[in-house]
Design a protein around this ligand. Structure first.
Ligand code: PLP
Length: 395
């Protein structure tokens, strides 16, 4: 496989990485390899595992193409693949934690990652403390003698607090504490996690890497010091994505930079427009000054993507919100994001936050801006906002 990580631009790298053209009779893409068994020629080869590939769970050309490409894109020492983004979070945590350890988790973390701490890690003897994502270097005051891992997610899920990643990794490195970041929103194209000192970086490939809402995938990349632990953990569990999903992720990867560029400009255009609508109180988008940690985004990130939140002015009823959302014609209501289609969901994290208080005055909505025409998206939302104040039909 070509290693072109140093000399080329991102478009060239996304186009060329992870290809084994010569091994596949000149065909451009690595095919879908399905397989458990690999046959050995001789007893001696079998006993010494002497073969390019030895068994399905130890890797196939399809898996290797995606892993090696991601390793080059993230500037990591190695990558493991998982069947979902949440699976990737779990494997990353299991690679750095052991019984008796203490874990620091941001209060703004993706909710299923939060649940994993109580539902799984606690049972294995790991204690979790949730922290204010805006603490930055002051997080050091929460470190205990048994703190082995600090998890970060920047910006935070739904509420978009941007974290001071270098401020945290600086003291973590000095104290020998491992850091894991969920980098799904920015992707390695807009935030280089390892350059900013993170040991492990998690990406839900389900989102922008797939780009088409048709697969589940997780990726964890590791720096050189953490790669052996990650590899050993992943190999022990052999939780691998299916070959088709790896193939689709590789296909998505080829156009990732183009789609992200579109996501960025469309996200900004829609957020600016929403800011000027009278029903909207606040924009929670890292590129906006109203977003907590905006200055850190300006300092550390290379771009923004198409997912952001808004807070509506107070005073609307739930019935009015339902009237707005139930009749949107382009924006769909559903979880996940990063696909070609626009989505909207209401959210409220006031019930489960423990280190911070989430107490907005109005309803909160998270928007994913897809590839539809902006005029149509604006018209759909404008009609929806009109319905907020329209007299609702009797139930
Ligand atoms: C969606 C998401 C995940 C989980 O990805 P799945 O593939 O849906 O399990 C993890 N982290 C963040 C920030 C996400 O948005």
């Amino acid at each position: 496989m070509k290693d072109i990580r140093i000399q080329s631009g991102i478009g060239t790298r996304l186009s060329q990485l992870g290809r084994m053209t010569e091994a596949h009779y000149g065909f451009v893409n690595t095919p879908i390899y399905r397989g458990s068994t690999v046959l050995f020629k001789t007893l001696d080869d079998l006993e010494h595992m002497r073969a390019r590939y030895v068994y399905g769970t130890a890797g196939t050309p399809t898996i290797e193409s995606l892993e090696s490409a991601w390793t080059a894109i993230t500037g990591a020492a190695g990558t493991v693949l998982c069947p979902s983004g949440l699976g990737a979070v779990a494997i990353a945590l299991m690679a750095t934690l052991k019984h008796g350890d203490h874990l620091l988790m941001p209060d703004s973390v993706y909710l299923p990652s939060r649940s994993l701490c109580a539902n799984l890690l606690e049972r294995f003897g790991v204690e979790t403390t949730f922290y204010d994502p805006l603490l930055g270097a002051r997080l050091e005051s929460l470190v205990r003698s048994n703190t082995s891992t600090i998890f970060l997610e920047s910006p935070g899920s739904q509420t978009f607090e941007v974290q001071d990643v270098p401020g945290i990794t600086e003291f973590a490195i000095k104290r020998g504490i491992k850091t894991i970041i969920d980098n799904t929103w920015a992707t390695p194209l807009f935030f280089s996690a390892h350059e900013h000192g993170c040991d492990l970086s998690v990406e839900a490939g389900t989102k922008y890497l797939s780009g088409h809402s048709d697969l589940l995938l997780g990726l964890v990349s590791a720096n050189a010091a953490t790669w052996p632990a990650l590899k050993k953990t992943a190999q022990s569990m052999a939780m691998l994505p299916g070959a088709e999903d790896c193939y689709l992720a590789l296909r998505g990867m080829r156009s990732l930079h183009i789609r992200l560029k579109e996501a960025q400009s469309r996200g900004l255009e829609m957020a600016h427009w929403l800011q000027s609508q009278p029903e909207v109180l606040t924009i929670l988008h890292p590129a906006f000054a109203s977003c907590p940690g905006h200055e850190l985004w300006r300092r550390d990130f290379k771009g923004s993507t198409g997912l952001f939140s808004i807070i509506l002015r107070p005073g609307f009823t739930r019935q009015a919100l339902a009237y707005m959302l139930d009749h949107l014609s382009i924006f769909g209501m559903g979880y996940s994001w990063g696909g070609f289609e626009s989505l909207i969901i209401p959210f409220d994290c006031s019930a489960y936050r423990t280190a911070t208080r989430w107490n907005p005055e109005g309803f909160c909505l998270r928007l994913q801006i897809g590839l539809e025409d902006i005029d149509d998206l604006r018209a759909d939302l404008r009609a929806g906002l009109d319905r907020l104040s329209a007299p609702t039909r009797a139930a």
